[in-house]
Design a protein. Structure first.
Length: 450
């Protein structure tokens, strides 16, 4: 190559348990703490069935990412798959969806942390707390991804300890007859249940993002798919138990659109409730925020190396961190906190965008099966091109249904705004970056240059 790629400076030092910590921290986070009450408001006690189905739908939808990660593990995985297999315009659309989804999600996670902290210390301003925690994890990730993964291991222990308290104290008080009453299971009809599945897809889909860390993972082709599946199913079991307690102790009218602390107050002694908030609520949002900052920069890093974005923007430090890109997401994530925006609508918007990201990856797998079938056959998963095509099509159908159910609940202005951004990103790639030629580098191992 004529120009050294900045991604070659990334350090390949993440093993199975490091990736598990990042994946679990990404899955168990702001989603379960903030979305459960909203889901109960949408579908009543059917939230239990939704959480039961969600991990399996998630695996179906992210399996294309797992297959691609096994066949061609690489930094910035999904962006690279879309841009190499379907062209730079598709890659830019993916990049747009990635940025609009997760830059604001950083604000959401930080603000969720602040909201739970202020629930036990009312004198603390939740927006100030959110800005402080975002700054803390920004600084931690500047030190390196490995340090962030180690911190996530510690926080994950506190997180699962807090969730265990919620389950242990709450399960004995669950009214199973109330939970499985037909009227309560589909509280607002079957279509709203589908919308709930779409909403909760963001709560169980976090493991897919470790595909962004292919350039920093040891034995990435084997480890990344394994971590995706194991972490998603393991957390899924915990989610079902949490949903049982959340929906089965108090009436639907009381817990709809409310945080889990309401049920915790009804089932736990006050001291234990504080431990739950500290361990689970704060731990969940903190691990998600920390995990997000560890991978969020990777697609943009590859795009900078490609020349689709300014190359200097992707400079990697001696710690193996693309610090300019990390700072970009830090600043963008700070904006909603500083101006105190209401991000409830944006949450649905970002979830819908993330589903569209997965949809593009499914099409990328179809393209890989058509163009490079031998790579699939020789991958760790050893899947045939025909099976890959079937899995892609199944994922596409599911994601189209889930995406539509969310976009149907958004205003025409919000949907129109996204459509305009998509058109702009395509024009940008065809007009301002028309001279850029992307390398066919899916099977290049840049770690060999270290």
């Amino acid at each position: 190559m004529s120009t050294e790629r900045q991604e070659s400076k990334l350090i390949r030092n993440l093993g199975f348990w490091d990736l598990m910590a990042i994946a679990v921290g990404q899955i168990v986070g702001a989603g379960i703490m903030s979305s459960t009450g909203v889901a109960i408001g949408m579908t009543g006690t059917g939230v239990v069935l939704a959480f039961l189905l969600s991990p399996f739908l998630t695996i179906i939808c992210i399996f294309p990412v797992a297959i691609l990660s096994s066949a061609v593990p690489t930094t910035g995985g999904p962006y690279r798959y879309c841009s190499r297999l379907m062209g730079k315009s598709t890659g830019m659309v993916y990049l747009l969806l990635h940025v609009t989804s997760y830059s604001v999600a950083v604000s959401q996670y930080a603000l969720s942390f602040g909201a739970y902290l202020s629930s036990i210390v009312p004198s603390i301003n939740q927006h100030i707390a959110a800005m402080v925690i975002l700054t803390l994890f920004y600084a931690m990730n500047l030190v390196g991804t490995k340090s962030a993964a180690v911190l996530n291991k510690v926080m994950s222990i506190a997180l699962f300890g807090g969730l265990a308290l919620f389950i242990i104290f709450g399960l004995p008080k669950v009214n199973l007859e109330y939970v499985f009453n037909a009227q309560n299971l589909l509280f607002n009809g079957p279509m709203m249940f589908v919308s709930t599945l779409a909403l909760l897809s963001s709560a169980t889909a976090g493991a897919q993002f470790i595909a962004e860390l292919g350039g920093e993972a040891k034995d990435a082709g084997r480890t990344i798919p394994k971590v995706m599946i194991v972490s998603t199913l393991s957390v899924g079991v915990v989610y079902v138990l949490i949903a049982l307690v959340a929906a089965g102790v108090l009436p639907i009218a009381d817990v709809a659109n409310q945080p889990l602390t309401l049920v915790a107050q009804a089932t736990m002694p006050k001291v234990i409730m504080y431990l739950f908030v500290i361990g689970a609520a704060l731990g969940a949002t903190a691990t998600t925020l920390n995990s997000t900052l560890s991978w969020i920069t990777k697609p943009l890093l590859v795009a900078c190396d490609d020349g689709m974005l300014p190359r200097s923007f992707g400079t990697v430090s001696s710690k193996g961190v693309p610090y300019k890109l990390l700072t970009f997401f830090y600043i963008v994530g700070m904006i909603p906190l500083v101006v105190r925006l209401d991000i409830s609508v944006i949450t649905k918007f970002t979830t819908a965008n993330s589903l569209l990201c997965k949809l593009l990856v499914c099409f990328a797998l179809l393209a890989l099966a058509n163009k490079y079938g031998d790579i699939l056959k020789n991958s760790t998963l050893k899947i045939s091109p025909a099976k890959a095509k079937v899995l892609s099509i199944v994922g596409i159908v599911i994601l189209c249904v889930l995406s539509y159910s969310l976009f149907a609940n958004l205003s025409i202005l919000v949907v129109g705004f996204l459509a305009v951004l998509v058109v702009i990103s395509i024009l940008y790639s065809k007009v301002f970056r028309k001279d850029v030629t992307l390398e066919n580098d899916l099977i290049v191992d840049y770690s060999a240059q270290n």
